[in-house]
Design a protein around this ligand. Structure first.
Ligand SMILES: [Fe+2]
Length: 319
């Protein structure tokens, strides 16, 4: 598996300094045992790693998320992956922009470049294998031929296990400043935005429509993490497997406009969301995405059930 991955050359846009992936991110919750159950039932592999939980997807040793314990749910840091020969350029850029370097947060061993974003959130740029996709992820919509049943017995339904972290959506105080900071410092590009309320950014070396997105709030926070699955069927079965375990609160099935992905969100025990996502738009390294600002009523979702009343509530406010 490792050998196969190593043989695939990551896509790269020459002459552009930009991070290529969200390598991992960190947040805290009050009870790691509850988190282990929630994310394990969601279909992730959740391992204990010292004082943290490490979240992986099946068959891949990559750690997408680390979770620590804290008094309340709280966004920690975000580590972006960069190509090795870009690190010195990023270091120079930080210096030229007068951005102060930090030590890694307590308990984190990493020799990447650490600093704070426009809202004070710790950010790292580290050398990492490109974990964002190098092509649009496979999406299956299989129709049974005539004379053959298309569905299986409910007792034989497969368990949904996401293939990779798709993106994260963070609360920020000022979306315009978030776009500016993450574009100028990290080299991300704006895919689409809506009226200062939300912005979606992609990686210039080839990534989904968004690696990271920002929603307006009066403070920072983690709104959702999104996990790529291969079909609408996987989304539906994922929603069912969570509901069966008591994680009924959610939003879906639906389809977004910006990014175009099919979705179902499951609310975690601390009010944020974990998204099953399929068929999100892809921006190749060779393509300039036609970025635009869209009216709110025309951009959130194309179809789906009514939005839960607390869908965009920032449960981290007041920390
Ligand atoms: Fe999402």
């Amino acid at each position: 598996m490792t050998a196969i991955r190593a043989a695939i050359k990551p896509t790269r846009r020459p002459g552009e300094l930009g991070v290529h992936s969200v390598d991992r991110f960190h947040f805290a919750v009050p009870d790691l045992a509850v988190a282990k159950t929630f994310y394990g039932e969601f279909g992730l592999e959740v391992d204990e790693d010292g004082e943290f939980l490490a979240m992986k997807t099946r068959g891949n040793p990559h750690v997408w998320v680390t979770l620590g314990e804290g008094p309340r749910k709280k966004l920690g840091h975000i580590s972006f992956g960069a190509f090795e020969d870009d690190i010195d350029h990023f270091s120079r850029r930080l210096q030229e922009m007068g951005i102060k370097r930090l030590d890694p947060p307590p308990g984190i061993e990493s020799n990447g470049l650490w600093f704070r974003d426009h809202n004070g959130v710790p950010v790292e740029i580290r050398v990492a294998e490109k974990s964002s996709p190098n092509a649009k992820s496979v999406f299956a919509a299989v129709s049974a031929p005539p004379g053959v049943p298309g569905a299986v017995a409910r007792s034989k339904a497969s368990i949904t296990q996401p293939r990779r972290l798709a993106h994260i959506l963070l609360f920020t105080v000022d979306v315009a400043r978030a776009i500016e900071f993450y574009s100028k410092v990290l080299g991300l590009r704006l895919s689409d935005s809506s009226e200062g309320n939300i912005a979606f950014l992609h990686g210039v070396h080839g990534s989904d429509h968004h690696l990271v997105a920002f929603a307006r709030s009066s403070g920072v926070g983690m709104h959702h993490c999104s996990w790529d699955v291969g079909s609408v069927q996987d989304i539906g079965l994922g929603a069912m497997q969570m509901a069966k375990k008591g994680f009924v609160a959610g939003w879906g099935l639906g389809r977004h406009v910006l990014g175009s992905n099919y979705f179902h969100y499951v609310q975690d025990p601390w009010g944020s969301w974990s998204e099953y996502s399929a068929d999100i738009d892809y921006v190749p390294a060779t393509t300039d995405w036609a970025s635009a600002d869209h009216p709110g009523e025309d951009s959130f979702y194309l179809w789906g059930p009514n939005v839960p009343e607390d869908f965009i509530r920032n449960y981290e406010l007041g920390n």
